[in-house]
Design a protein. Structure first.
Length: 617
């Protein structure tokens, strides 16, 4: 086992922190960068967004607060390549299909901590509190060569409010709206000499809508309520050494027609960041993640994921505007799964990963090269890599091409949980401990630039995913089958015209299961998002138009293939600054009361309204 062979080394070195280093890193030169906004998720190095040689999107705190988004899916809906499917209203299971990949093919991090569960393999996006988020970085395209499993479609990293070296400050927000929605949040931040802290509490409560429709609907509202608390602490031991700790817990209860779902998620991380030499910084980190989920219904189940992760990363600034990140990370995850029809045969596995990332600006090309080797207790060894080359065509236009491999490890339910039926053996279902990881190869070409006040980008990609996990021919177990091919185009443009800020994003997909010749489920071929915003001094206004094409789905009655029509919805937002400290906001969702579906058999919201008061002190 890995922990018998190598983990002692990791345990000795990785004393504190989260899965990804958020330390200061060697910055590649920003000459001719499209934008100077710094990001860390793309390559695990702090660098200008325009130097990442990857399709990236950053959503900052101002955008998050102005959005009045009720959930992460609403917040990310306009990002290129993003497609979501939610079963009903707030609290309904929310699946993310990034660039057409499967819902468990996107790695989700919160403050560097992996929050994908060991049971389903995806993150519970529906329960992440928006009011505690200060920033989101989205990287589209394979990132397994940097982060390991799950990152076939890309990585979404969510940053909560962190401690800052500033005077005492805070904010309080209350909001109310249709469906008896009542939300409140309180955020505090401050510092005492070399120690900074933040505290945050968020309460969300809504009666919701009836989740399902048709003969299975109970014709009642399916409400959801959640409480979330977070805290962070940082301390500077010296100019070159700092310590950091953070904690986040969310408790949620959501109703559906057949019962309720209770979920608790908690994570804690500690880290130490220090300078070894003038050009060499090191980060030691450790984190803990736990997800408890109880489905209370006739077919109810309980699951618990526990994951301990350790990381040691070294960021080294080299000559000629280049930098190197070398790291080792270890994770041990355990699953408890229970239902009236299930039994476990195993509950845990560990993984040791070694990775290196090299970024450079060596005229006439920019380079990003990454390589990672994973040694997994369950499936053995797996190596992934990627390379990206960029060139500045002009002072304001950059072209880049990339190739990368990625993989997704099978989740522990698919591997080790059996569903035997002694009375009707033909309805039994068994996990398969011999499943191999799903793997992918991806090619991409991107071009981005600026023209006066206009920003634009175009990305074309091709992704082949092999060894997909699906039911075997007898429908009594799982096996690795076939290949999926996904081709796509993403285009964005942002400009200012007559005082209006205009942003548009278009995603086009062509996807197919090559074994069956059928389209992938719940993935529209076309998605378009248009946003308009203008500031009139104390008053501001914004409008958003989201369109999605039709897609295939599963009929909730016959379980055969079905078809869901496309739709378009318009949201309006208004803001008024009463004083520099107090701002009132109004959001009208689905302005024209569009009747539409995202998941076959599940309802969506009609016209909604939400009013909020945001006080900053």
């Amino acid at each position: 086992m890995i922990n018998n062979r190598l983990s002692n080394l990791v345990l000795a070195i990785a004393a504190t922190g989260s899965i990804s280093s958020l330390a200061s890193a060697a910055e590649p030169a920003a000459d001719n960068s499209i934008t100077e906004e710094l990001i860390i998720t793309a390559n695990r190095l702090l660098q200008p967004q325009g130097s990442a040689l990857a399709a990236t999107t950053v959503i900052n705190e101002a955008d998050i607060r102005a959005s009045l988004a009720s959930n992460v899916a609403d917040l990310l809906a306009g990002v290129p390549g993003m497609q979501f499917a939610r079963t009903g209203g707030q609290g309904g299971q929310t699946s993310l299909f990034l660039r057409g990949s499967e819902s468990d093919h996107t790695l989700v991090l919160i403050d560097g901590v992996k929050v994908n569960t060991a049971s389903e393999g995806f993150a519970r996006l529906e329960f992440i509190p928006v009011d505690q988020i200060s920033r989101i970085e989205v990287v589209r395209g394979p990132r397994s060569s940097i982060y390991g499993s799950e990152a076939i479609g890309g990585v979404v990293q969510i940053f909560t409010r962190q401690a800052k070296k500033d005077n005492f400050s805070g904010s309080a927000t209350v909001s109310a709206g249709t469906e008896q929605t009542r939300n409140a949040s309180l955020n505090l931040a401050g510092n005492v000499e070399s120690t900074a802290y933040t505290l945050s509490y968020v309460r969300n409560d809504t009666d919701g809508i009836d989740a399902s429709q048709g003969e299975f609907s109970s014709d009642d509202r399916d409400g959801v309520k959640s409480d979330s608390f977070s805290a962070s602490l940082s301390h500077a031991l010296s100019a070159d050494t700092s310590l950091k700790a953070s904690f986040l817990q969310t408790d949620s209860e959501s109703e559906f027609d057949d019962g309720t779902n209770d979920a608790t998620s908690r994570q804690a991380s500690v880290s130490a960041d220090f300078k070894l030499q003038d050009n060499w910084r090191s980060n030691l980190s450790a984190s803990y993640f736990e997800d408890d989920n109880e489905n209370i219904s006739f077919f109810g189940s309980e699951s618990n994921t526990e994951r301990v992760a350790l990381n040691w990363q070294n960021n080294i600034e080299l000559a000629d505007h280049s930098a190197l990140a070398i790291g080792v990370d270890y994770q041990d995850e355990e699953l408890y799964y229970n239902s009236g029809f299930a039994s476990e045969t195993d509950t845990s596995r560990d993984n040791l990963g070694l990775y290196a990332v090299y970024v450079a600006k060596l005229a006439p090309l920019d380079y990003t090269v990454s390589l990672r080797h994973d040694d997994n207790e369950q499936f053995g060894e797996h190596t992934t890599g990627s390379i990206a080359l960029g060139h500045n065509l002009t002072d304001t236009i950059q072209l880049w091409v990339s190739y990368g491999t990625a993989f997704k490890a099978p989740n522990l339910v698919d591997l080790y949980v059996d569903f035997p039926n002694e009375d009707f053996p033909e309805y039994s279902f068994y996990g398969n401990p011999d499943l191999k990881p799903e793997s992918s190869e991806s090619f991409e070409i991107g071009v981005e630039g600026t023209l006066s006040s206009t920003r634009w980008s175009v990305n074309a990609f091709h992704n082949e995913i092999e060894d997909l996990i699906a039911s075997d021919a007898s429908f009594t177990s799982l096996t690795n089958v076939g290949q999926t091919e996904i081709n796509g185009l993403e285009a964005t443009v942002g400009t200012e015209l007559a005082g209006w800020f205009i942003d548009a994003a278009l995603t086009l997909l062509d996807h197919e299961n090559e074994d069956t010749g059928e389209k992938l489920l719940r993935r529209p071929n076309e998605t378009f998002n248009l946003s308009l915003a203008r500031d009139f001094g104390d008053f501001d206004v914004a409008a958003n138009w989201l369109l999605q094409g039709d897609h295939d789905d599963v009929d909730p009655v016959t379980f055969g293939r079905s078809h869901v029509a496309g739709y378009g919805i318009v949201d309006l937002k208004f803001g008024y600054e009463v004083t520099p400290e107090l701002k009132l906001r109004l959001k009208v969702g689905n302005l024209f009361d569009q009747d539409y579906e995202v998941v076959d058999g599940f309802n969506t919201y009609g016209t909604t309204a939400l009013v909020s008061a945001d006080y900053v002190f």
